[in-house]
Design a protein around this ligand. Sequence first.
Ligand code: UD1
Ligand code: CA
Length: 457
Amino acid sequence: MSLSVVILAAGQGTRMMSSRPKVIHELAGKPLLQHVVASGRELKPDQVIVVIGHGAGQVRAAMQGEAITFVEQTEQLGTGHALQQCLDSITPGNDVLVLVGDVPLIRADTLRQLVEQRGDAAVTVLSFLPTNNFGYGRIARAGNGTVRAIVEQKDTTADEASITECNSGILLIDGARVRELVMALENNNAQQEYYLTDVVALAATAGDSVNAVVCEDADEVNGINNQQQLAVVETIYRQRCANALMVQGVKLFDPARIDVRGDITVGRDVQIDINCVFEGDVTLGDNVRIGANCVIRNSSIGAGSNILPMTSMDDAIIGRNVSIGPFARIRPGTDCADDVKIGNFVETKKSHIGQGSKISHLSYIGDTEMGSAVNIGAGTIVCNYDGVNKFKTIIEDGVFIGSDTQLVAPVRVARNATIGAGSTITSDAPADSLTLSRARQVTIDGWSRPLKKTEET
Ligand code: UD1
Ligand code: CA
């Protein structure tokens, strides 16, 4: 049976105290809604529909590039009303899986179970057992145990209020029944809202079977209403990522102090010290070690490489047995071959660093093509920018650059050249020679420092 996923996300989320709609607040660097969409997509639905209302423009912008059908609900008259707005967009006959935009930890496996365990039910609800049931819709069962209704908090009798099994907000409606059930919803209840949850009583009354599948891990259906709850969910998410890494054999110095905001692929015997942040797509090869307080984004690091503390890396490709940091800034377009060493206070950008080359201290290397076995002295700066345009520097194999040198691009330092310390190199330096540019050192005999002028009266 084909599936349509509908995600309810029209509410404002007043308690976030924010000018942005709740569903685009970020968890692990991605909008809440994007987490929900990602889980829903794993079921391979033929469409994903998102109901938007408050801050609709902002939600659309935050979800740009995703294949989503947006349906606008201009007035928020309830979750049932929200689904009514979608009926003309849902492929006729498709089963409808309703998800909630502010419940981001839901896992695809749980949704799959919901679909698999539906049996012949017209409605299958994902229920859970919260530690505190206040505020949730209660799963009311008839004497024989079958689900008869979902009763919202404000409509409960004292008996119903004590029911511990609650509605997660996620449910599956049979494709053959969805239109009729959703169109039949009314708003004669305590909140005068069209409750989507009333499809349960409607189906049960019509003699259809209704199923409730309990979500074992209540964390998955944690909803977010305010910043505290978002922080709780962020912590759970962090633990999930840390556990997944440890299952793969990664040694985490403290699983509570790592943030994975994207996808990380790891080899064997990887070690990660505390307070590291990984963003986007990151790959760490076998035996890679990451020191404390590193931020690594969209980069791949080859086997045996050692990233020392306080290193920031973005969009870089790092070879094997490379040592970087501490305090290095590896910017986009850095491509390091094997056995490279980049030391403290070195910044690199859009540069290839050839095998075994060393930039050990206090340097800027940008727009540079560097060969292998090069040694860059401390404080060497590539002047790649004239204020308007950027130019390339080429440093060939075996070059030795003396400390405190400026290489004014465009410039080429040819094979095995040596540049004397303190030089400003403005034209190409030939191979196998010493090039230097600096004033000859002189000593002025009998020179004395100027004296402070005294005011004469
Ligand atoms: C809902 C359920 C309740 C369940 C709880 C779980 C109903 C009537 N109740 O209650 O049984 O225990 O979730 O958290 O469904 N939304 C719209 N349009 C609207 C109203 C809501 O898109 O007109 C969206 C909201 O943005 C939100 C979701 O639907 O993402 C749920 O709405 P909310 O008002 O939070 O429902 P609850 O009262 O929490
Ligand atoms: Ca809610």
